[in-house]
Design a protein around this ligand. Structure first.
Ligand code: G3P
Ligand code: CA
Length: 299
């Protein structure tokens, strides 16, 4: 496995020890995302890190869910049929069962497994605390602050909650547990800057979607990113279109960890293992997010 101290890293790849597999929402090709089943399988399949997307409940608890709403990955429609609500996000109306409208006790009543396969009936939404308990000592953690500005507008401080939770588990300092390195990620530069300003020394990954590539991925802007992050996490299409970005990032002292590699949707004649191999050994990325950690090519 991995990690050296984040802030002191010179070359980008220095935050990792060798090519690194991050299980995207757990082993989410094979088990319902962000459940105990998906996290355990990811560890069994040899993932170096297990990812947690984080949301906040009405009573201020961090839970592991990708979406701001519960409807895609739980049976919330059946359990709480009258609790859907429309809110405005970035000028658009979003209708659904919002995580922030439900207490943890309510969310724990939901089935987070059956939508994926009846075999997983009864899987629960995990708290970040529970996720740490499952993963600690067996792999690294890769939490993402999701929509921190939305939760900020509701009076929550997501960054503080993340740091406090990691601290309770003795994981808020680089190298605190050699078996459980922690890398924190966000699409929000402000969220990463805030955690640095709070004194956090763990390595930080700045996620960059296709829509933000032109803004951030110049040689000069990469140097600016290095002031608040240790690595970049670009959408994989950005790297396949412009592989020179990997060398630019490394020159700036940033590791490169693209997302997301999965068996579904591969073109005829290509496997996800082939695709990951090309990114790791032809383009030279340091790590990647994959739904299929069992297919990660160590060489
Ligand atoms: O965090 C890496 C990757 O997971 C970003 O995409 O939308 O799956 O969180 P998303
Ligand atoms: Ca994510």
């Amino acid at each position: 496995m991995l990690l050296v101290c984040g802030l002191a890293a010179g070359a980008g790849a220095a935050q990792y020890r060798g090519k690194t597999a991050i299980a995207h929402r757990g082993a989410s090709a094979y088990a319902p995302e962000h459940t105990a089943a998906a996290y355990r399988l990811a560890i069994d399949q040899g993932a170096d890190y297990v990812e947690q997307d984080l949301q906040i409940t009405k009573d201020g608890r961090l839970v592991c869910l990708h979406d701001l709403t519960l409807d895609r990955t739980t049976n919330v429609r059946d359990v709480f049929p009258g609790r859907s609500r429309t809110v405005e996000r970035e000028g658009k109306a979003v209708t659904g069962w919002h995580v922030s409208d439900f207490t943890l006790a309510e969310i724990k009543q939901l089935d987070a497994g059956s939508w994926f396969d009846a075999e997983f009936k009864g899987e629960k939404v995990l708290t970040f605390d529970e996720a740490i308990g499952l993963v600690k000592g067996r792999a690294g953690l890769y939490p993402e602050t999701k929509a921190p500005e939305v939760y900020g507008s509701l009076g929550f401080d997501m960054e503080r909650l993340v740091i406090e939770t990691l601290s309770r588990h003795g994981l808020a300092e680089p190298g605190a547990d050699a078996k459980t390195p922690v890398f924190i990620q966000s699409f929000s530069a402000e969220s990463l800057k805030k955690m640095r300003a709070m004194g956090l020394r763990l390595p930080l990954l700045f996620l960059i979607g296709e829509q933000d590539a032109d803004t951030w991925l110049t040689r000069q802007r990469l140097k600016e990113i290095r002031a608040f992050a240790d690595g970049i996490g670009p959408a994989k299409g950005i790297i396949s279109a412009r592989p020179e970005i990997v060398a630019w990032a490394h020159e700036a002292g940033l590791s490169v960890t693209p997302y997301t590699f999965r068996s579904s949707g591969q073109p005829a004649g290509q496997t996800v293992r082939d695709e990951m191999r090309r990114f790791l050994y032809a383009f030279g990325v340091d790590a990647l997010f994959t739904d299929n950690p069992d297919q990660f090519p160590r060489r």
